[in-house]
Design a protein around this ligand. Structure first.
Ligand code: SAM
Length: 243
C-alpha cells in the first residue's frame, strides 16, 4: 500500500496544486534529455503516472515516441486525461517483456512497498541498456526542499523514505548500476506567498504524516515568512539514473 491513500481528496489536491510550471519543466527536460534519446517508435513508461502531468510533458518533448502511463489509483488515473493510463503498479507492470526503451518514476519510489519486486519488474519490461530515471526526494536529502524549512517535523517522515543507497541496492540486485545522481533545481512557485496560498496538505505525503499541531505551526511559520520573502521558491529534487 502507498504511504497515503491517493483517494478522491488526495487526487483532487494533487491535480490542483502539484503540476509544475513551464520553467520547472524546462529544467527537468534538460536533465532527462542527457540520458534518453527517444526517436520515432520509442516507448517510454511513466510508472506511477498519477494525474498525468509528466506523461503530458514527456509526450510534448518527444512527440514521435509513445508514452505509456501505469498507475494504481483509480482517482489519480481519472484525472490524467487521454490517452488513459493503464491500471497497474511497479510490482505488477501490465506490459510485455523488453517492450519499453526507458522508465520514468517521479516521486513514486517511497510509495512502493516492495522495491526489490519493482526493480525486477522494471528489469523485465525495459530493453537491455535502457535507462531508469528516478525523480525523488530521498531520505536524508531534505536540505534543498523549502517545505522542510517550515515543517521540520516532516524531515522525520522523509527520513523513512528509501535512501539513494536503498534504491541503488534494490535495483543492483535486479542488474542495474547507477550512471548519474544530481539535484535538479526547479522553480516550484513564483513566490513564497504563492506557495503558501496554494499549499494543500493532502497533496504532500510528508505533511499528511505529521500531526495537526505540527502542521498548523508550520503553516503559521510559512505565512509569516511569506510576508517579507522575495524571489521565487526554488527546490531541488534528485534525478537518479540507472542502467
Ligand atoms: C506523489 S504521486 C506522483 C505522481 C506522478 N508521478 C507525478 O510526479 O506527478 C505518487 C504516485 O505513486 C502512485 N503509487 C503508489 N504506489 C505505487 C506502486 N506500488 N507502484 C506504482 N505507483 C504507485 C500513487 O498512486 C501516486 O499516483
Amino acid at each position: 500500500m502507498a504511504l497515503i491513500a491517493y483517494d478522491e481528496a488526495d487526487a483532487a489536491a494533487f491535480g490542483a496544486t502539484r503540476h509544475l510550471g513551464d520553467e520547472a519543466l524546462r529544467a527537468w527536460r534538460e536533465a532527462i534529455a542527457q540520458h534518453v534519446d527517444l526517436g520515432p517508435g520509442a516507448r517510454l513508461l511513466d510508472l506511477g503516472s498519477g494525474t498525468g502531468s509528466w506523461s503530458r510533458a514527456l509526450r510534448g518533448w518527444w512527440p514521435r515516441a509513445e508514452v505509456i502511463g501505469v498507475e494504481p489509483s483509480a482517482a489519480m488515473r481519472e484525472r490524467a486525461g487521454q490517452p488513459p493510463a493503464l491500471p497497474g503498479s511497479a510490482e505488477a507492470i501490465p506490459l510485455d517483456d523488453a517492450s519499453v526503451d526507458a522508465v520514468w518514476l517521479s516521486t513514486v519510489v517511497h510509495h512502493i512497498p516492495d522495491l526489490a519486486a519493482a526493480a525486477r519488474e522494471v528489469r523485465r519490461v525495459l530493453r537491455p541498456g535502457g535507462p531508469v530515471l528516478i525523480r525523488s526526494a530521498f531520505a536524508g536529502r531534505h536540505a534543498a526542499i523549502t517545505l522542510f524549512r517550515y515543517f521540520p517535523e516532516a524531515i522525520a517522515v522523509l527520513d523513512r523514505y528509501p535512501s539513494v543507497a536503498d534504491v541503488e541496492g534494490a535495483f543492483a540486485a535486479a542488474g542495474f548500476a547507477t550512471v548519474a545522481l544530481a539535484p535538479v533545481p526547479q522553480v516550484t512557485a513564483s513566490s513564497l506567498r504563492d506557495a503558501v496560498a496554494g499549499l494543500r496538505r493532502e497533496a504532500h505525503t510528508p505533511l499528511q504524516l505529521i500531526d495537526d499541531d505540527a502542521y498548523a505551526a508550520g503553516l503559521r511559520r510559512m505565512r509569516q515568512a511569506a510576508e517579507s520573502a522575495t524571489g521565487p521558491v526554488v527546490d531541488a529534487l534528485d534525478l537518479l539514473v540507472l542502467r
